[in-house]
Design a protein. Structure first.
Length: 275
């Protein structure tokens, strides 16, 4: 025989359980809606950034293909493109204005490191000549150690099992894997180097003003063959955007102007970045 009030208590607990379940569902639904909205915003920002990067590349192609002599692209160093009401900040750089980590001879790399280390000598404990030869040993395919360079046994002695790469660098970030190149030095050098140009020369007039002090060192060292005008063919683009709700995205990529009307741009290094 059921005790009086048992049904009332049972109903009460049922109501409590249903209420709790409803609260969970409502909370979950709200979370899903919020998450869906966030996903839509992420998609919009990514699409706008990627679209702006491509639009910037074709703007550059139009400029260079106009038939007129193009000697200055400073207005493309930083500008805005609006896509789907999203303002995208875009920066274009001529990679021929940078020093190629794979193509530059060690003496040119040493001249660059001199400029960087003169501004902040605490970035490295090794001199620029030693570091430049280590970079050269890191990228070449042999295991022959340069006078001031470093090969696998030198890395092993420092507890670095990976050793020298013994092939070309794929990204500028790999510079930080070279023996003696600190994170601070790699970051300080990064704006002035590339792995995209594929040549031993660079054009100081197409690069950063901070590389101008290198010219005297290049002339003094007899490295004038390391200076050549830009080909205006290899560039990098960085595009970034942010929404008021905090959704943000940045894209960095390199591209080559092919001269082929059917496929005027060849993209490489297309990746998101924290920069």
């Amino acid at each position: 025989m059921r005790r009086p009030g048992f049904a009332l208590i049972a109903v009460f607990w049922i109501i409590m359980v249903v209420g709790l379940f409803a609260a969970i569902v409502a909370s979950r639904t709200g979370f899903d809606i919020e998450r869906s909205g966030w996903a839509v915003d992420v998609g919009r920002v990514r699409a706008a950034v990627d679209g702006a990067a491509e639009e910037a590349a074709f703007e550059l192609i139009g400029r260079l293909g106009s038939g007129g002599l193009v000697t200055n692209l400073t207005d493309l160093a930083q500008f805005e493109i609006v896509i789907d009401d999203i303002r995208v900040l875009v920066a274009l750089e001529d990679e021929d204005g940078k020093i190629d980590l794979n193509g530059a001879q060690p003496e040119l790399l040493a001249a660059l490191l001199d400029v960087v280390l003169q501004r902040d000598p605490t970035l490295a404990t090794d001199d620029s000549l030693t570091l430049s030869e280590r970079i050269a040993d890191f990228r070449d395919i042999d295991n022959l150690r340069r006078l001031h360079g470093a090969e696998d046994p030198d890395y092993a002695a420092e507890g670095l099992a990976a050793g020298a790469k013994d092939t070309a660098l794929d990204t500028v970030g790999e510079l930080g894997q070279v023996l003696g190149v600190t994170a601070g030095l790699a970051a300080a050098v990064e704006p002035y180097v590339t792995v995209y140009s594929g040549r031993s020369q660079f054009d100081p007039d197409a690069g950063s003003l901070e590389l101008k002090p290198m010219i005297d060192a290049i002339n003094a060292a007899g490295l004038t063959s390391s200076v050549a005008p830009s080909r205006r063919r290899v560039f990098s683009v960085t595009a970034s955007a942010a929404l008021p709700n905090g959704v943000a995205f940045t894209r960095t990529a390199g591209f080559r102007i092919t001269g082929n009307a059917a496929q005027p741009v060849a993209w490489f290094g297309w990746r998101p970045t924290d920069r």
